[in-house]
Write a protein that binds this ligand. Structure first.
Ligand code: ARG
Ligand code: ZN
Length: 852
């Protein structure tokens, strides 16, 4: 498709007609589902007589207006334009759809014998003709008619009726009293196990909580259920927000394009973010489940009760809801660890997106395919932009802003401007300078200089944002900077600076150089920061910064300085003895927070390091990382072993304390497996003796990363033992795809042939190829281009089946301009070849941006 379908944010027009109520009736059949939609419409724009209804891959059966067949309409491939409409009318449309053939997993589709829907962003138009835009909010009533072999027939809101029909089928009816846009509509029909719980809200209402999972997996939903209860409590405690229906349902499905979806009262989840027990899920899985369950729950207010006016405003709900789920995770466990996680995401994926052809502000201005804008920029940088407002206004001020936001906008579809306006008005402050964060793409680069003055020290800050693909001109942004100034003898001045111009100086009294600065404590702004620290200054900060994130950051900086010097000199820079002392000390006596110790003992990843180079020196970064890890393994061999043995595991429980212990012990294991003296019995014992998947998988990961001679054989054994479970099958695929040796190509071929593999299932494909493209730099970037060819051919294959999946897989190829010419040419060639094939609008948008 070469038509340019770009839409612009500033072209927004309110709807010509609004809908007060819609009544849907589904007669479910795998390839011939009948949908009847009866809507009550009313003119909203003076003089309007025509109305656009979106519709895709629908078979229109009949259309009436106020009970009369309507013939004044124009049908196009993407919808119908109704003409000569009265001021108020009932619109009745019958369509037929084919859920069995729906491999795009948008609209209504079948997943392992169960029907389910995904309507965000624009999937409802694959169900019926409708104004598929978030600012049209209606009260939905849904009737589902199906065979008795589908015992659970679910939709949004409250169950109002259930009848047995004369022909043996069942008809159930649901009513959702809250007006909503159609992207929040959901329908699920299938045979499940049901796990039930309840929650009593702060005003005493009893809410039924129901989880629907595949047969036999009921107990595996227990942790998700408890997570939901914790999230409900958190939203009441921190934001005063209570749940509003009598029932909250979560359905877990294996075929799903993303993590989960916040449909009103009926969340649909990728099953890997619901199901967990010690034998199948890792500590990381537990963490993700808790945070995603909370994320979707928090959407009930930030997204559903107050929704987006148009899709350019996506960050209104996503940035805010990610921020809220991060707050929740921080409250459930270690705030520092959560923050480190979020920072890694920004520094790798988000900075890379800003530097590549898909660069866009958190509130994009131009969109072709909306599904392409569910990005790390809109979500994660969007959350950072909310966090900065929280930092600037303080927790209490932020809460006042949230209260006012709900007071003003409950039941409305609004914009990012409305959000900031509420924050501003509630705090009687002016955030107009700050608002540029919503419209400017790119990563600001911040630098600092310190000098002595007569009365103290002067800190001069500079900021600059390089042009991005989408936007040439950049302006300074308002950066909230949490600083600590250390005199090195125990005196610290700390506080918050607001830096809003290209260059500005700040004076501090009662201080003389030398001063060691921390300027981005808690990563208070999503920027790149450079300062000419000396090695011993960073070592000092790694021990004495007040902020945990700053201590970790100092260690990261030490390593990235070393790698940078190695790359510059073409020879490995020696690890300073001071750094070895700090590491040795940490290994011998870790901090009480064991998980934090593990982070301090872990080198930055390839992607974090890569982001600092305009042209990424792949082999040099990889070689340096490899050598440094090898050195730490050898030098501290005895200490690692000692540490490993001291950290004796207890019977598995998912808790902060145990998670920390496992993280540190498995860090030790990773180093131990890099030296040949380590007896095989050590890891074999952990593999066979441990009572949980976290520790088993850690063994395999360590073997794979160390390219251990037994890695492949152990993967095979793992597959034979656990491959029948789809979550574990995916873990096997992911391990295999991250093997950093050329055998990986043959292994990928074999993996595609396994019975459990299915090109139609995004989880299966991503476990192999999102991992290969994004977590196997050595083989993906193999010098002959075999990695690029492989990914491109997979994308071509996937695009025909599922455009959203294909479009997500292409990310690592898009940034070819970041590599040396020979490599860039190979990447570009892989993309151009892909372009020969007729591609989905999703891929077309990305390839056009990348190649032109
Ligand atoms: N709103 C969902 C969430 O973040 C995600 C929907 C993603 N939709 C898409 N087309 N990619 O919770
Ligand atoms: Zn979300």
């Amino acid at each position: 498709m070469s038509v340019n379908t770009a839409k612009n944010r500033l072209d927004y027009q309110p709807p010509a007609y609004v809908i007060s109520q819609v009544e849907l009736e589904f007669e479910l059949l795998p390839s011939k589902t009948r949908v009847l939609a009866v809507s009550q419409l009313r003119r909203a724009e003076a003089g309007a007589t025509s109305l656009w209804l979106d519709g895709q891959e629908l078979q229109l059966i009949s259309l009436t207006v106020n009970g009369k067949d309507w013939t004044t309409y124009e049908q196009r491939p993407d919808g119908i334009l109704l003409r000569d409409l009265p001021e108020q009318f009932e619109l009745c449309i019958r369509t037929e759809i084919n859920p069995a053939a729906n491999t795009a997993l948008e609209g209504l589709y079948l997943s392992n014998g169960a029907y389910c829907t995904q309507c965000e962003a624009e999937g409802f138009r694959r169900i019926t003709f409708y104004p598929d835009r978030p600012d049209v909010m209606a009260v939905f009533t849904t009737h589902i008619i199906a065979d008795a072999n589908l015992p659970f027939l679910l939709s949004n809101g409250n169950l109002i009726a259930r009848h047995q029909l004369a022909d043996g089928r069942v008809r159930v009816s649901w009513h959702d009293p809250f007006p909503k846009p159609c992207y929040l509509f959901a329908l699920v029909a299938g045979d499940f196990d049901e796990l039930t719980g309840s929650y009593i809200t702060k005003s005493g209402r009893n809410v039924a909580l129901k989880f629907y999972v595949d047969k036999g997996q009921q107990q595996q939903a227990q942790f998700a259920l408890e997570s939901l209860q914790r999230a409900m409590k958190f939203d009441e405690d921190v934001y005063g927000l209570e749940y509003d229906l009598d029932i909250y349902m979560v359905v877990a499905v294996d075929f799903f394009n993303m993590g989960a979806m916040e449909n009103k009262g009926l969340n649909v989840f990728n099953s890997k973010f619901v199901l967990a027990d010690a034998q199948t899920a890792t500590d990381t899985d537990y963490f993700n489940i808790e945070s995603i369950i909370a994320h979707e729950y928090f959407h009930n207010w930030t997204g559903n009760r107050v929704t987006c006016r148009d899709w350019f405003q996506l960050s209104l709900k996503e940035g805010l809801t990610v921020f809220r789920d991060q707050q929740f995770s921080a409250a459930m466990g270690s705030a520092t660890l959560c923050r480190i996680d979020a920072i890694k995401t920004i520094r790798t994926a988000q900075f890379a997106e800003d530097a590549g052809p898909m660069a866009h502000p958190i509130r994009p201005d131009v969109v072709e395919e909306m599904n392409n804008f569910y990005t790390v920029t809109v979500y994660d940088k969007g959350a950072e932009v909310i966090r900065m407002q929280h930092t600037l206004l303080g927790a209490a001020g932020f809460r006042c802003g949230m209260d006012l936001y709900f007071q003003r906008h409950d039941g409305q579809a609004v914009t990012c401007d409305d959000f900031v306006q509420a924050m501003q008005d509630a705090n009687q402050t002016d955030l107009s300078a700050f608002k540029r964060w919503y419209s400017q793409s790119g990563t600001p680069e911040l630098s600092a200089i310190l000098e002595n003055t007569a009365t103290g020290v002067r800190l001069t800050l500079r900021q600059q944002t390089a042009p991005t693909k989408d936007q040439a001109d950049k302006h300074p942004l308002l950066l909230p900077l949490r600083y600590e100034l250390h005199d090195g003898k125990g005196q610290i001045q700390s506080g918050l600076l607001q830096f809003a111009s290209a260059e500005q100086s700040f004076e501090f009294t009662d201080l003389q150089l030398p001063v060691i600065p921390v300027l981005l404590a808690d990563f208070s702004a999503p920027v790149k920061f450079s300062y000419a620290w000396q090695t011993d200054e960073l070592l000092y900060l790694s021990q004495h910064a007040q902020d945990g994130v700053a201590r970790w950051d100092a260690m990261q900086q030490l390593w990235s300085d070393l790698v940078r010097r190695s790359v510059r000199d073409g020879q490995l820079a020696a690890i300073p003895s001071g750094l070895l002392d700090v590491l040795g000390q940490l290994i011998r006596s870790p901090l009480t927070d064991l998980a934090f110790s593990a982070e301090l003992l872990t080198l930055p990843g390839f992607d974090t390091l890569a982001e600092q180079y305009e042209q990424i020196p792949v082999e040099m970064i990889l070689d340096a990382l490899e050598s440094y890890q090898q050195q730490l393994a050898t030098l501290f061999n005895a200490d690692w072993l000692d540490l490993y043995q001291r950290l004796a595991p207890a019977p598995y429980r998912y808790s902060e304390e145990q998670t920390g212990l496992r993280a540190l012990r498995n860090t030790a294991l990773r180093y131990l497996l890099r030296v040949t003296e380590t007896p095989d019995s050590l890891w074999q014992q952990q593999y066979t003796g441990s009572d949980n998947m976290t520790d088993k998988l850690a063994v395999l990961q360590a073997l794979v990363r160390a390219a251990h001679p037994q890695a492949q054989q152990m993967l095979q054994q793992f597959y034979l033992q656990y491959g029948h479970n789809v979550q574990l099958f995916d873990k096997h695929s992911a391990l295999l795809a991250s093997l950093g040796t050329p055998q990986v190509f043959a292994l990928l071929d074999q993996a595609e042939q396994l019975a459990q593999f299915d090109w139609k299932n995004p989880n299966r494909v991503r476990a192999l190829y999102a991992v290969f493209g994004q977590q196997n730099p050595a083989m993906f970037h193999q010098a002959d281009g075999a990695g690029y060819q492989r990914l491109a051919s997979v994308i071509g294959k996937a695009d025909v089946i599922n455009p959203q999946l294909a479009s997500r897989l292409v990310t690592p190829l898009l940034s070819f301009k970041r590599f040396a010419p020979a490599r860039a040419a190979l990447m570009q060639q892989a993309l151009s070849q892909l372009q020969q094939q007729g591609l989905s609008p999703d891929l077309t948008e990305k390839l056009n941006k990348a190649l032109h």
